[in-house]
Design a protein around this ligand. Structure first.
Ligand SMILES: Nc1ncnc2c1ncn2[C@@H]1O[C@H](COP(=O)(O)OP(=O)(O)OP(=O)(O)O)[C@@H](O)[C@H]1O
Ligand SMILES: C=C(C)CCOP(=O)(O)O
Length: 250
C-alpha cells in the first residue's frame, strides 16, 4: 500500500487565493492514473491546501494549535478544502481513477493532549473495495481548543502508521529537502542534522512548511520520500526519489 501526498504548493498557485495550478494537477493526476494502470493496486491520496486552505485559516487566526469556535470560520476553511478536493477528484475521475473523498473534519479529532485520532476503517474498506480514497488537510475538532487545522502531512503519518504503508511519498514544490547550498539532501535520519536548514514555507502556510514535514516523517517506522513533481512517476514506479527520511537508522 502506498500513501501519496500531493502538496498544496504543487497543485495550486500558492500566492493567489483559491487558484489551482491546473497544469501541475493534470500532470500529477496523469502519474497517479498511469501507476494504477500498472503495478499499483492500493493507493491512498492525501492532498494539502496550498492557496485553498492556508489563506482562509490565516485570516481567521487558525493553526494546528490555535483553534476557532466560530462555525462560520470553520465552514470557510473546511469549505475551501472541500472545493479543492472536488477539483482533485475531478481530475482523477476524468482519467478513470476510482477516487472518492474522505473528509477528516467528519472523522478525526484531537484529544486534550492534542494527539490526532484518525479512524482508518473506512479508508481500509474503500481500498479493499477497489477505491482510491482521497483525503485532504482540513479542520478537526480539538478538545479544549474548538477546531484546529490538521495538515495533510499529519494525515499521511497517521494513515501510514495505521495501515502499515509500504511506501510513503510527499510530492512537493521542491525536488527534496535542500541543504544550505540548495542541493537535495539524499537521506535524513536525525532531525538535529538538518534543523538549521529547515524552514517555513515561503507562501502563506499555517502548518509549518518543511520543518513540520520532516518531523512528522521521522516519527514513522517506514521510510518516506520527499520529492518534486518531476519525480512523481519514478516514485510510483518504485524508484528512490528526492530525499529519503529514515528514522530507523538512529
Ligand atoms: N530546507 C528546505 N528544503 C526545501 N524546502 C524548504 C526548506 N526549508 C523551507 N522550505 C520550504 O518548504 C516548502 C515546502 O513546504 P510546503 O508546506 O509549502 O509544501 P507542500 O506540502 O507541498 O504544500 P502544502 O503545505 O500547501 O500542502 C518549500 O516550498 C520551501 O519554501
Ligand atoms: C490549511 C488547511 C485547512 C489544511 C493544510 O494542509 P497542508 O497543506 O497539508 O498543510
Amino acid at each position: 500500500m502506498i500513501v501519496l501526498k500531493l502538496g498544496g504548493s504543487v497543485i495550486t498557485d500558492k500566492d493567489r487565493p483559491e487558484t489551482l495550478d491546473g497544469e501541475a494537477l493534470e500532470r500529477a493526476a496523469d502519474a497517479v492514473a498511469a501507476a494504477l494502470d500498472g503495478d499499483i493496486d492500493d493507493l491512498v491520496v492525501v492532498h494539502g491546501g496550498g492557496s485553498f486552505g492556508h489563506h482562509n485559516a490565516s485570516e481567521h487566526g487558525v493553526t494546528t494549535t490555535e483553534g476557532t469556535r466560530d462555525a462560520g470560520a470553520a465552514l470557510d476553511i473546511h469549505g475551501a478544502m472541500t472545493t479543492l478536493n472536488r477539483f482533485v477528484l475531478g481530475r482523477l475521475l476524468e482519467r478513470g481513477v476510482e477516487a472518492v473523498p474522505v473528509h477528516p473534519f467528519s472523522a478525526a479529532h484531537r484529544d486534550a493532549e492534542s494527539d490526532l485520532e484518525l479512524p482508518t476503517g473506512q479508508v481500509a474498506t474503500l481500498l479493499a473495495e477497489g477505491f482510491v480514497p482521497v483525503l485532504h488537510g482540513d479542520l478537526v475538532a480539538h478538545a479544549g481548543a474548538g477546531a484546529t487545522v490538521v495538515s495533510g502531512d499529519e494525515l499521511v503519518a497517521a494513515l501510514a502508521r495505521d495501515l502499515e504503508a509500504e511506501r510513503i511519498g510527499l510530492c512537493s514544490t521542491v525536488p527534496g529537502v535542500l541543504d544550505d547550498e540548495d542541493r537535495v539532501i539524499d537521506r535524513i535520519s536525525d532531525y538535529d542534522d538538518v534543523e538549521a536548514v529547515l524552514g517555513e514555507s515561503e507562501a502563506t502556510d499555517v502548518t509549518g512548511g518543511m520543518a513540520a514535514k520532516v518531523q512528522a516523517l521521522l516519527a514513522l517506522e517506514a521510510e518516506a520520500s520527499i520529492f518534486g513533481l518531476e519525480e512523481l512517476d519514478a516514485f510510483l514506479a518504485g524508484d528512490e526519489s528526492g530525499t529519503t527520511i529514515d528514522s530507523s537508522e538512529t
